[in-house]
Ligand binder design. Structure first.
Ligand SMILES: [Zn+2]
Length: 288
């Protein structure tokens, strides 16, 4: 813990670490804990808990324009020892949604828990979901992620949380092969008309080096996954051979950041109103 607290802290400490780990990897060398990545102690880190009543409506958060999101590709699955990542051809882009420019898709990956507990990174009003999908994009004029990360808004990540459901599309889980059945990014997300309600804030990568260069979009609608699909992930292994479980970073302090919401948060509001109306009709509101 001394190295980066020297009078001349350098971001290059990152390269002195061979690796890093999640809390679920007990045998991890302390040298390689994320505490050694200087940016991971920054003020604008991710993930966060979104307190919906504290979000601010922002009319500029218009619906996204998805281009080539229907394009079918055969993604190559890479178990990078921390997660399962799928590279995508840089043809699919997003714009609108309050983004300053067009961003192109680079890769997607997932964060999950274990057989007994949820594993999303972001939480909404304290609720953690079983799994979280990250589709990582970078500004269209960059050619690699490391360059994009030098730009404060160089990277845009679309987030969809999953709920466990009996019915779902079989798109996430392959049978252990390293290439995915042909999919499009559109197939990974809820239908486009259900993507107009989202939260927006600025944060960081959720893995080392935790660079604060990410425009986050958290869709309110969730993806249904079957428990079988989810279970397949618990059989994956970290590089050290331990089960690849709990691949999420805990929520980080907001430190004064404002979380915005798009204009169309109909679903949540109406559900809340409906529940309130029901409670009132049933006389439950008298109980407290
Ligand atoms: Zn991620």
């Amino acid at each position: 813990f001394v190295a980066w607290r020297s009078p001349h802290p350098t971001p290059f400490i990152l390269f002195t670490c061979a690796d890093w780990c999640y809390q679920s990897q007990f045998s991890c060398d302390h040298q390689c804990n994320s505490k050694y990545f200087i940016d991971c102690d920054g003020r604008y880190q991710s993930p966060i808990n979104v307190v919906t009543r504290k979000t601010l409506l922002d009319e500029r958060l218009t619906p996204f324009k998805f281009t080539n999101y229907q394009q079918i590709f055969r993604g190559f699955i890479k178990n990078n020892g921390h997660s399962v990542q799928v590279g995508v051809p840089h043809l699919s882009t997003i714009s609108g949604g309050g983004l300053s420019t067009t961003y192109k898709a680079v890769q997607f990956h997932l964060h999950w828990g274990n057989s007994k507990g949820p594993g999303s990174e972001h939480t909404i009003d304290g609720e953690q979901y079983p799994m979280e999908l990250h589709i990582v994009h970078m500004k269209h004029h960059y050619t690699d992620l490391s360059t994009a990360l030098a730009d404060q808004e160089g990277v845009a990540v679309l987030v969809a949380s999953s709920t466990v459901n009996k019915y779902s599309l079989n798109v996430f889980v392959s049978d252990g092969n390293t290439s995915l059945p042909p999919v499009s990014l559109a197939q990974l997300l809820p239908p486009e008309q259900n993507l107009t309600s989202f939260y927006r804030y600025k944060g960081s990568l959720t893995t080392p080096g935790c660079t604060e260069a990410v425009v986050w979009t958290l869709f309110e609608n969730t993806i249904p996954l079957s428990s079988d699909q989810l279970r397949a992930f618990f059989d994956l292994k970290f590089h050290d051979g331990k089960p690849m479980v709990d691949t999420f970073r805990p929520v980080q302090p907001l430190n004064g950041r404002q979380v915005f919401r798009s204009g169309a948060t109909v679903a949540l509001t109406s559900t809340a109103l409906l529940v309130a109306a029901l409670a009132s009709a049933l006389g439950l509101s008298q109980l407290n």
